[in-house]
Design a protein around this ligand. Structure first.
Ligand code: DC
Length: 342
């Protein structure tokens, strides 16, 4: 039978980067579809204009594809399309029918075919200011997964309680407000967007005050139950990196990869202070440290789903690491856990 198989990946624009990415993609296509070199008829490669340091067909030759017809073309440009993208179309004789072919999309190119998503879940938990959101967002972008930020959902509940004129320290008040809450989540190319009664509150919930409110409403089982349901539903049909406090222990207890991200109180305080300084705001190191410590205590000591490391989580202490180092370490853990196509 003759089949055509599609695939795509992203690459660094260097000779080695393009060759390595093309090799990885071809090897994965061959492995997933049981192809052998001598049964490949032709391969069409396309690259976006920003990949101009090597012909990807060289990778195929290096893999021993000496008889297949190979052509490299430039991909047409469409505004807003994925940069540094390498695409292939392999035509081969195979033992499978076209309907059983597995098309392979790696790295950021996964976003090109969300319909092929298999619902791979990566859980990242950790204390306040450990960098979870930043890291989860970067890891998700690198894998072409969505980043589900669960803290933003608790923050949105806090905002709703406040807007309803209620008190977030009163369980009855919060549960009453929860009865008519209208939260909607969407995934845009620049990340998660969260809507409260139709209004985009993604930025509005990022204040320190909503952080305090989020920690307060997160204590109530009635709130958690509703949000956990929403979080599971969002991750069901997508490949997702989800960050929070109870992701590895409760929300995605069956996730194949669980990371517990932590850092010393001093490192976390320093980062928070740098953020405030970058926003031109005044701060006092000791009082920021005290706030973080209180949040740690509140999040870890509450009765309902407290912050705690899942037994099968891998701990990453980021005290002495910068963002690219943490992202690389997590990608390595994901790879070692055998998540397909990472
Ligand atoms: O990560 P963050 O700062 O946006 O979270 C705000 C608060 O929400 C945090 O103090 C605890 C709570 N939270 C939670 O209890 N469970 C989650 N999965 C996410 C956040």
């Amino acid at each position: 039978m003759i089949v055509a198989i599609r695939g795509a990946t992203t690459a660094e624009n260097t000779k080695d980067g393009i060759t390595a990415a093309a090799k990885e993609l071809l090897q994965e296509i061959f492995r997933a579809n049981g192809l052998e070199n001598d049964r490949v008829i032709s391969i069409l490669f396309t690259a976006t204009a920003d990949l101009d340091k090597a012909y990807p067909a060289v990778a195929a030759r290096e893999l021993g594809l000496t008889q297949a017809a190979l052509t490299c073309l430039r991909e047409m440009h469409v505004e807003g399309s994925l940069p540094r993208c390498l695409r292939v179309q392999v035509t081969a004789q195979a033992d499978i029918a076209q309907k059983d072919v597995r098309h392979i999309y790696l790295k950021e190119a996964r976003t090109l075919r969300p319909d092929l998503s298999t619902g791979i879940k990566i859980a990242i938990d950790g204390p306040s200011a450990s960098g979870k959101s930043t890291i989860a967002k970067a890891v998700a972008a690198r894998l072409g997964f969505v980043h589900i930020d669960t803290g933003a959902m608790y923050r949105t509940v806090a905002l709703h309680v406040r807007e309803s004129g209620k008190n977030w320290d009163d369980e009855g008040d919060v549960l009453t407000a929860m009865e008519n809450i209208d939260i909607d989540i969407a995934y845009a190319p620049d990340g998660q967007r969260i809507f409260l009664a139709g209004e985009d509150v993604t930025r509005a919930v990022r204040t320190a005050e909503m952080g305090v409110g989020a920690s307060a409403v997160a204590v109530y089982a009635g709130v958690r139950q509703k949000l956990v349901e929403l979080q599971r539903r969002l991750s069901n049909s997508r490949n997702a990196v989800m960050d929070g406090r109870d992701i590895g222990t409760v929300v995605l207890a069956d996730a194949p990869v669980k990371i517990f991200l932590t850092a010393s109180l001093e490192a976390r305080t320093r980062r928070r202070c740098n953020e405030l300084a970058a926003m031109g705001l005044d701060y006092d190191f000791d009082s920021i440290a005290a706030q973080i410590q209180k949040r740690d205590f509140d999040d870890s000591s509450r009765a309902s789903s407290p912050l705690k490391q899942a037994e099968d989580a891998v701990v990453v202490d980021t005290s002495d690491m910068d963002i690219p180092e943490v992202v690389a370490a997590i990608l390595q853990i994901i790879k070692e856990k055998g998540v397909p196509y990472v």
